[in-house]
Structure formats: C-alpha cells, structure tokens
Design a protein around this ligand. Structure first.
Ligand code: NAG
Length: 519
C-alpha cells in the first residue's frame, strides 16, 4: 500500500466526507488509520452497526476506494481453514478524486470532446456496465446516438482510459507446502525483490490480465468467435491462478448475479500520461520548446512501469517530424538539442532518457522553489549548496553562497528549526577545542515532510473552497431574477474566488503528484 502521511490521511477523509457524508468517512478513516480489516473489526472500532458498515463499504467499493479480498486462514482445528473477507483502503484512489477534472480535460485533449460525457459518468458513479454507460450518455442530451456513444466507449477502452473492474473479492489462499508467500505474489510482477505485502498480492490477484482488462468482446452484440476466444483465454487465466479449490460464502454479492462486465476509469493510465506531460514541461522550462517536443516524441507510449527509454536518432527524428512543432526541425537540430539535455545519455547514436532522473530533478526544483518563497533568496542559495547531500560547515556555506558570515547562521537556524536541514555539532580534538556545526539535507525525510505540507495546504484550500460553495448556495436560494445589485456583485466575487481557489488547488496537486505518484 502506498505510504501516506498524517495530512494525507486528513485530506483523504475530508474528500470522502464531502462526497459521501460522515458515516462512510468514518469507515474509511478507520481503514486509513488501522490498515486492512474484516467487517467485524470495522464494526468494533467504529461503533457502527453492521448494516451501516456494510453499506458504507459498498459505497467505497463502488467508487474504487476500497478493495475487498477473501483471505484464507488457519482454522481452529487441525487441517481446517476459514475464509474471512478483508477490506483494504486504496488511499491513492481517494486522492485521485481531487483530479477528476484534470483527468477529464486530459482525455478530451488527447482524444476528443465526445469522450467527456462517458468519462464524467464513470467518474461520478465509480463503476458502470456498458448498458448503464450508454443509457446515461443518451439521457444527457449531449447529442449522439447509441452507436456513436458505443464507438466513443470503445475508443476510451482502446486507449486504456477505461478498464474492466477488478475482481470484487479475489481469494488469497494459504501458501501450499514448499511455497513461500512472497514467491506466489511475485509471479505477476516480475521484480519481487522486496517482500510482497498481503495488500499487493490481493491487488495483483484482483486486476484482470491485460488482454481481459481492456477487452470489450463479451459485451452485448458481439461477434461470437471472439467471445469464444475470450472464454478460452479466461479459462486459462483461471487455471493458472488457481492455487487450490476453496469454498467460501462470499460476503459481497454486489454483482447480484449480474453477468455484464462492469467498467471504471483506469487511473493508472491517467497518472502515466500526466507523468509524461510533467517531464515534457520540465524540459520546456529548463531548456526550450524544441527540447520539449523531442522529449515528448521519445516518451510517447511509455508505460508507467518503464523508467528508461532508449531510441536511435533516426527513430526519434521520425517521431519528432510527426508533430506539428517538430515538422520544421532537421536531423542536426534534433541531435544538438538532445546533446544539451543533461538527463539524456548517448551511445552509438542511441539516446536514452531516464524518467526517474527527470522526476527527481523536478522534485528538487520544487523543493528549492518552496525554500525560496518561504525563506528568501539567500536561504535558497544556501539550501542549494547542500542539495547534493554532502554536509558543509557554516563558514563553507557562507563562502560558497556569498552570504554574510553573520547572517548565515541565522538563516541556517531557521531552516533547521523547520526541519529543512539537519545539524550536527562537531568538536575538534587537541588542546584548544573548538565547536563547529555541520549542516546537511536528509532527502528522504525532507521529501516526506514536504509531501505532508503539500497535503496540508491542499486540505486548507479544499476546506476554504467548500466554505465558499456553501456561501454561494445561500445566495442561490435568493431568487435569481430580480436580484439586487449587491447580491449580483457578491455572486461575482464568490465566483472569482472559487476559480482562483480551484486553480491554486490544481497547481498544488501537480506538486503532490510529483512527490507521490510519479516515482
Ligand atoms: C492550514 O491552515 C491552518 C489554520 O488556518 C494554518 O495554521 C496552517 O499554517 C495552514 N497550513 C498550510 C500548509 O497551509
């Protein structure tokens, strides 16, 4: 499960309260704070009755904020097992709720305006069948027939913006003899050097294989040949995953025997594309438009799991001239532009960029700009002199940054007090002992702290936004027509404030993604 921070949890709870009220958020908060639990334990910890907990969990599952799984455990007697349904909260998916408008904009820009209607429906409702999606789109008076909406839906799935929902309640069986749990979970995600948590195993088991995840075939009105193929491959998948047959009464018969597949927005794809866009924007800010166009061409189609992209100069050029801005560039221009990028390396005319490098550079720059805003330009220069992680003493920092020797300790102290830098007192030996201070940046701790501060700021802004909307609602209750001028004025002011708050929140969220979602 993704690590969250104290204010990350507060922000998540706030988002759930806003959309689903107090009871659902109480259940959600319980899971956020205590981790994966069974329903019985949630009831105990929240003091809520069973049926309320159950309904809340349904809401959270419907909106992709909770994933259930059935966990096989040792039973009381010898050789007996029991299966208990567990609920894990999906912190990232809750925070994604902040970004729904960003997601919708991205898809309409990358594809076309028509996709908005269908995406909006899925974002609002969490999960829908194709029938529901089409009915909703037809009801929306946006124009378009059932067929055009279906085509749009297919386009969304083909572009991986929409996917089949994961299994409602996958079974996590006890490891069979001679099998370690880590091995079992690692089967799907090749790089399983780290210990695989129960939650990661459950998620991996719930998400359909790619072929099924983006396959539309078994929906209504489909060519039967393909359907057969689908069924066949589905069977294979099932066989491969089946560890041992275990019977259990599912706690969650949400599907109610429904056969039609259920669809949802694929957040991974959106985050992946936003990550590529962030890298391209970084190149534009650091270098120029040409660098952005070239990097954009190189990263097109990169998957979220890949961090390194290598391409020959020729194939980069081929991609570059496909774009409108790249059309005017020649091979030499592309080569010289590539050569100036300090996150790009070249061997035998093959150029490689590492997305992780770019994200890390962008993170450092974000932190530096926070330091500059909050503590001033001199603090910024001092912070920068420490940013490679190597410790420096007070005098060296002063020398390197041309900051007055008297002021240097004061600024360092301020940064230290807020935990931006660490301090170590060193006493030199010898007959005449002297003390001096070594300063350094501990990146991991600081990055974590910055993320928490960003969540905190986002929470503040979001609370303020809710407050403004409440005020607006009060005014709306006054009749809209012959409204007196002061009411009209107030309405306009509120609208401006809301737009401003919203755009600040979106910018903050860009920074949150940079630190939390892109690496
Ligand atoms: C959030 O608001 C509280 C109370 O208004 C304030 O004390 C705090 O400094 C704010 N934090 C951030 C990170 O904006």
């Amino acid at each position: 499960m993704a690590t969250s921070t104290p204010y990350g949890i507060k922000l998540a709870v706030h988002l759930i309260v806003n959309d689903f009220g107090n009871i659902v958020s109480k259940v959600c908060e319980c899971l956020l704070r205590r981790g994966t639990l069974s329903k019985a334990l949630i009831c105990r910890f929240t003091d809520l009755p069973q049926d309320k907990v159950k309904k809340s969990l349904w809401v959270l599952i419907q909106h992709n904020c909770v994933q259930a799984f059935a966990l096989e455990q040792e039973g009381g007697g010898r050789d007996t097992t029991v299966v208990v349904t567990q609920y894990m909260v999906l912190f990232n998916n809750i925070i994604h709720r902040l970004r729904f408008s960003k997601f919708a904009t991205l898809a309409t820009n990358d594809l076309d305006k028509e996709v908005f209607e269908i995406l909006e429906g899925l974002l609002q409702h969490g999960r829908l069948t194709l029938t529901q999606i089409l009915d909703r789109a037809l009801d929306s008076h946006s124009g378009g027939s059932k067929d055009t909406h279906r085509e749009t839906f297919i386009k969304l799935v083909q572009n991986r913006f929409v996917e089949r929902c994961p299994a409602v309640e996958p079974l996590i069986a006890l490891p069979t003899d001679g099998e370690t749990p880590a091995k079992k979970g690692g089967g799907r995600s090749k790089k399983s050097k780290k210990e695989v948590t129960l939650e990661e195993r459950a998620l991996a088991a719930a998400i359909p294989m790619d072929a099924e995840r983006f396959s539309i075939t078994s929906d209504d009105g489909i060519d039967s040949d393909e359907e057969k193929k689908e069924k066949l491959s589905g069977l294979k998948v099932g066989e491969k995953r089946k560890q041992r047959k275990v019977e259990w009464d599912s706690e969650l018969d949400i599907m109610g025997g429904k056969k039609e597949p259920v669809w949802r927005v694929n957040f991974d794809e959106f985050i992946n594309r936003l990550r590529i866009k962030a890298c391209v924007e970084y190149a534009r800010a650091e270098y120029d438009n040409a660098a952005a166009v070239i990097l954009g061409s190189m990263l097109e189609g990169t998957k979220r799991t890949e961090s390194e992209v290598s391409l020959s100069l020729d194939s980069i050029f081929e991609e570059v001239i496909k774009s409108k801005e790249g059309l005017t560039m020649n091979l030499e221009r592309v080569r010289s532009s590539l050569e100036q990028l300090d996150f790009c390396s070249e061997v035998d005319d093959t150029y490689s960029v590492n997305l992780k490098d770019i994200i890390q550079k962008a993170q450092l720059e974000e932190v530096e700009s926070i330091v500059k805003k909050r503590y001033g330009i001199e603090a910024f220069r001092m912070f920068r002199s420490l940013s490679n992680g190597r410790p420096l003493d007070t005098d060296k920092i002063s020398d390197r940054t041309f900051v007055d020797k008297k002021i240097t300790p004061q600024i360092l102290y301020k940064l230290w007090k807020d935990n931006y830098i660490q301090m170590e007192k060193v006493t030199t030996g010898g007959p005449r002992q002297t003390d001096f201070f070594l300063w350094r940046i501990k990146k991991d701790n600081l990055w974590h702290q910055i993320l928490d501060e960003l969540y905190h700021a986002a929470l503040n802004l979001s609370l303020r936004y809710v407050h403004e909307v409440d005020q607006d609602r009060e005014i709306l209750n006054l009749s809209a027509e012959k409204a007196p001028p002061e009411v009209v004025k107030r309405k306009e002011r509120l609208k401006k404030v809301r737009i401003l708050l919203d755009s600040s929140l979106m910018k903050l969220d860009d920074a949150i993604m940079l630190f939390h979602d892109f690496l």
